[in-house]
Design a protein around this ligand. Structure first.
Ligand SMILES: *Cc1c(COP(=O)(O)O)cnc(C)c1O
Length: 412
């Protein structure tokens, strides 16, 4: 079943298969004991040798053995030159945004994880960075925004003149999140990355929802890939984490590492260990979760009180063809819009047995959320929308549960 991963999507894949790497990456046996599972190193400081040299570890904020294993594993999975682990997904996005110099711009999708939007809008203006929000799936809107950050018009083939002229002005950043949250819009990663790079911008992709099992943005032309490892990598709703991985060594990589060490938002040894442990089973979990999401999406499409199902695996989804090209599976997140508006949606979210009414995603347990309420007064999310994170329960039980909660919401 999980061999369906590593299929045909545009991105190259490493050899051996990711399913194998997920088990073995960062997993070398402990040199002292031969322990097959990684030790959890909690030490904050490391003794020097007699000659005063260190063993590669000095102080745990700078580098620590269990975190190093996690970073190695995440870099291998992403096909990255390296990775820096953070204490949460937002610590990771903050480090990426902080690469932007004053006077630059962040081009941000208008449908995206709400916390990333709040972080950008709250923090970046203080650093002299303008946040420009647009529909990243609208090519004309993106080209117009890119024309303003680059002197020469962007050229999808990576026009060197455009890059040279852009080098004299502060470098901007294009942020991709696909599928978007919570409306599941599909952005063409390779196309946006090519246009953005031609305009001299840094391209970063928040690939939390896909994980490397589904899409590998660095192979599609992005400079940086960011994850909230709190979600599918951890997979059990019991650890916060984030990562930034980079395509190549150089200025961006050094900048991220600097912000990790000097910003100090690093994961503990125990957190790093939980994330490594989670990653071993990520391919199996995610395969089951994607199967469940597809089954639920199909069942909900047939439900009389559901007006729309937003899931890129459905042929009726506007991004389906692109998703089929760029994703190995269609993911385990979906949104549904129910008839009866906000009140009916709120009743459904309170009325399920197996789907917990909670925020977050990616864990083994299914969650349902009335997203507009959670996102607050500035939310542009439709009021009748419910976002569902599909866990590893039996899809049949989840379909029965959701279907009857919707029926009850309409009966009473
Ligand atoms: C959860 C999430 C984040 C934020 O990560 P935290 O670990 O909660 O800080 C960022 N992006 C996406 C897409 C997410 O789902």
């Amino acid at each position: 079943m999980p061999s369906e991963f590593n299929a045909t999507s545009g991105a190259e894949r490493p050899s051996p298969d990711l399913q194998t790497l997920a088990v073995h990456a960062g997993q070398h046996h402990d040199p002292e004991t031969g322990a097959v599972a990684p030790p959890i190193h909690l030490a904050t400081t490391f003794a020097r040798r007699d000659d005063g040299s260190d063993r590669g570890y000095v102080y745990a904020r700078e580098n620590a053995p269990t975190r190093e294993r996690l970073e190695e594993a995440l870099a291998v999975m992403e096909g990255a030159a390296g990775a820096a682990a953070f204490a949460s997904g937002l610590a990771a996005t903050n480090a990426a945004f902080d690469l932007l110099p004053p006077g630059s711009r962040l081009l941000l999708p208008d449908d995206r994880y709400v916390g990333v939007g709040n972080q950008a809008r709250t923090i970046l203006p203080h650093r002299g960075i303008e946040v420009v929000e647009l529909d990243m799936t609208d090519r004309a809107a993106l080209d117009a925004a890119l024309a303003e950050v680059s002197e020469a018009p962007p050229d999808a083939d990576g026009n060197a003149d455009a890059r040279a002229s852009a080098a004299s002005r502060p470098r901007s950043m294009v942020w991709i999140e696909t599928p978007s949250n919570p409306q599941l819009r599909i952005t063409d990663v390779a196309d946006v990355a090519a246009r953005a790079r031609a305009a001299g911008a840094i391209v970063a992709c928040d690939a939390t929802w896909c994980t490397p099992m589904i899409t590998r943005p660095l192979n599609l032309g992005c400079d940086l890939v960011v994850h909230s490892t709190t979600k599918y990598v951890g997979g059990h709703s019991d650890v916060l984490g984030g990562v930034v991985a980079w395509r190549e060594a150089g200025e961006l990589a050094d900048g991220i590492r600097e912000r990790q060490i000097l910003g100090g938002a690093v994961p503990s040894g125990f957190d790093a260990w939980l994330l490594l442990r989670g990653m071993r089973t990520m391919p199996l979990r995610l395969a089951a979760q994607c199967d469940g999401a597809m089954a639920i999406a199909e069942a909900m499409q047939a439900h009389p009180h559901v007006s729309r199902v937003l899931y890129p695996g459905l042929p009726t989804h506007p991004g389906h063809a692109l998703a089929a090209r760029q994703m190995d599976r269609f993911g385990a997140m979906l949104s549904i819009r129910v008839r009866g508006g906000e009140d009916a949606a709120a009743r459904v979210a309170r009325g399920t047995r197996w789907l917990a009414p909670a925020t977050s995603l990616g864990g083994v347990e299914s969650l349902i959320e009335h997203r507009a309420v959670v996102e607050g007064p500035t939310s542009r999310t439709p009021r009748d929308l419910l976002r569902i994170s599909v866990g590893i329960e039996s899809p049949r039980d989840l379909i029965d549960d959701l279907g009857s909660a919707i029926d009850r919401a309409h009966a009473g």
